[in-house]
Design a protein around this ligand. Structure first.
Ligand code: ADP
Ligand code: PRP
Length: 187
């Protein structure tokens, strides 16, 4: 049987990378892979969860069909390596750190995907982005403005599992794993 694509989305700063890092070992125990994204962000800022490439390298990889999914946002390009299709075909679950803006296209390619929407209060989000210190204030304000443009229609979609990360990260990890282990909203 084909594996399940778990598509984790949420605003920049909602904690997607933190959640994946904190849950990494326990996801692996469950046979769930976390895909390493390709991002046109400098390698220093990319870390374990991403491979940093130049815009030229990204374009060349895209042209040779290296990506199953790709999108542009926040002035960056993001690619999901096409090897996820081999993993899914082999029956492995795959967790992707995705984009809300690319959700509709992702649904077309992976109709049975499970969407997990990570959220935090807007005020907390701003504080976390400032504390992370990765972007300038102007970039942070742009990200918050982008966030406000995503309407409640996302939240209203029946197959979206809402995961609040306004509280402790450990609690969010437990709720994610609980969802994947058979919460009705994840069936
Ligand atoms: N539950 C949490 N409580 C407090 N701080 C958090 C929590 N989750 C994430 N953070 C912090 O918020 C910032 C943004 O998290 P990050 O994982 O980089 O978000 P994203 O990958 O969604 O952009 C980081 O500095 C991270 O340490
Ligand atoms: O369409 P959206 O849902 O707004 O998402 C657009 C992109 O922004 C986020 O990445 P970002 O550069 O912020 O990296 P991060 O996830 O590590 O914060 C997210 O992971 C997406 O790749």
């Amino acid at each position: 049987m084909a594996g399940r694509l778990i598509y984790l989305i949420g605003p920049s700063g909602s904690g997607k990378d933190s959640l994946l890092d904190a849950a990494r070992a326990r996801l692996a125990e469950r046979g769930c892979r976390i895909v390493r994204r390709v991002i046109t962000r400098s390698a220093e800022a990319a870390g374990e969860a991403a491979q940093g490439v130049s815009p030229e390298q990204f374009a060349a990889m895209d042209a040779e069909g290296a990506f199953a999914l790709s999108w542009q946002a926040n002035g960056l390009s993001y690619g999901i390596p096409r090897e996820i299709d081999d993993w899914l075909a082999a029956g492995e679950d795959v967790l992707v750190n995705g984009s809300r803006g690319h959700l509709a296209q992702t649904r077309l390619r992976y109709p049975t995907l499970l969407v997990v929407l990570l959220s935090v209060d807007q005020a907390v989000l701003r504080q976390r982005l400032l504390a992370r210190g990765r972007e300038s204030i102007a970039d942070i304000d742009e990200r918050l403005a982008r966030n406000a443009r995503f309407s409640d229609s996302l939240i209203a979609a029946p197959d979206v599992f809402l995961l609040d990360n306004s509280g402790a990260l450990a609690l969010t990890v437990e709720r994610l794993l609980g969802c994947l282990d058979g919460h009705p909203a994840c069936a």
